[in-house]
Design a protein around this ligand. Structure first.
Ligand code: 13P
Ligand code: SF4
Length: 309
């Protein structure tokens, strides 16, 4: 029974002095047991703030790696290490080297949905919530940006800078295909009159259709700000559960119940309980890479917080 797992998990959390950080796309029951649920930027900030002995990351591998990089002396558990992010794998070291040669002097701004080695080769790491602000704060007008071509388009449009996509084809399969204009049209036919919120990993034409474009947590805040009665959340379906919890009186729909990131759904109550029981799988990162990646991640976090004009 799931309720037995929840009870076991609560007991283990106390015993290990553990803190569970979950992403907005996680299964409802995982969101419900988490100590914090948020977007990638908020997850990284929480990972820096907590004084727990053990951090459990309910999300995909790059999220667990960021938590470890920011907490080198703490135990970070990732309950299912096979939960990766196919978008991250588009930006290889070879591709980075090639673009660095083609654009000498241009800074490399890397989306947090990337491998540790890509982060270590970058000047600054951003999330979907911080990308526009961070890029606009850089002095440079030509920016290397990867691996997501659709977020790159969004940043180009908002900042007016020359954004070179590294590589030009990087995409998230969920957003590129299941959040294409066709699926959004279908959802709008099904729920006429709803406002449409879209994640910047969706294609440019989908972004054009939206009333608001932003990160998962920015979409949640937009529900409160736009003051409509009904919303379609143009992103992975897990965000709708969180939205309904935060705004019980508002109608929210995912574009389709099949808009699922299989990697996010690899984290379950059962593998969280087992990881806390056995204190594994622990996230291990190469020290040298982690140090370089930490610099780029910290720079991104600082620029995201920077209040100067
Ligand atoms: P957010 O940082 O907006 O939550 O996005 C993470 C992600 O993986 C989107 O697919
Ligand atoms: Fe990666 Fe896409 Fe899943 Fe987000 S939704 S974790 S970008 S595969």
């Amino acid at each position: 029974m799931l309720s037995d797992l929840v009870a076991k998990l609560e007991e283990l959390k106390r015993k290990r002095n553990a803190f569970i950080i979950a992403h907005n796309y996680q299964l409802p029951e995982v969101q419900d047991v988490a100590d914090f649920v948020g977007d990638s930027l908020e997850m990284a900030r929480k990972a820096m703030e907590t004084d727990a002995d053990v951090i459990v990351v309910a999300g995909v591998r790059f999220m667990a790696e960021v938590a470890k990089v920011l907490n080198p002396d703490r135990v970070v558990l990732h309950p299912e290490p096979r939960a990766g992010c196919p978008l991250a794998d588009h930006m290889t070291p070879e591709i980075i080297k090639k673009f660095r040669e083609l654009y000498p002097g241009a800074p490399l701004v890397t989306y947090v949905n990337s491998t540790l080695v890509a982060k270590a080769m970058s000047d600054v790491v951003v999330t979907s919530a911080s990308a526009v602000k961070v890029v606009s704060k850089l002095d440079d007008d030509v920016i290397l940006f990867g691996p997501d071509k659709n977020l790159a388009h969004f940043v180009r449009k908002k900042t007016g800078k020359e954004i070179v996509t590294v590589p030009p084809w990087g995409h998230c399969p969920v957003h590129e295909f299941l959040l294409s204009p066709y699926y959004l049209m279908k959802a709008m036919d099904e729920h006429p009159g709803c406002k449409l919120l879209v994640h910047p990993e969706a294609p440019p034409e989908s972004q054009e259709m939206a009333d608001f474009v932003g990160s998962t947590s920015q979409m949640l805040r937009a529900i409160g700000e736009l003051k409509a009665n009904c919303y379609i959340l143009g992103t992975e379906e897990g965000l709708s559960y969180r939205a309904k919890k935060l705004y019980p009186d508002v109608e929210v729909y995912p574009p389709d119940k099949r808009t699922i990131c299989i990697d996010m759904k690899k984290i379950t109550l059962l593998n969280i309980v087992r990881s806390l029981e056995n204190m594994k799988p622990k996230v291990e990162v190469d020290k040298g890479l982690a140090e370089k990646a930490r610099e780029a991640i910290t720079r991104g976090l600082e620029l995201a917080l920077d209040k100067s004009p």
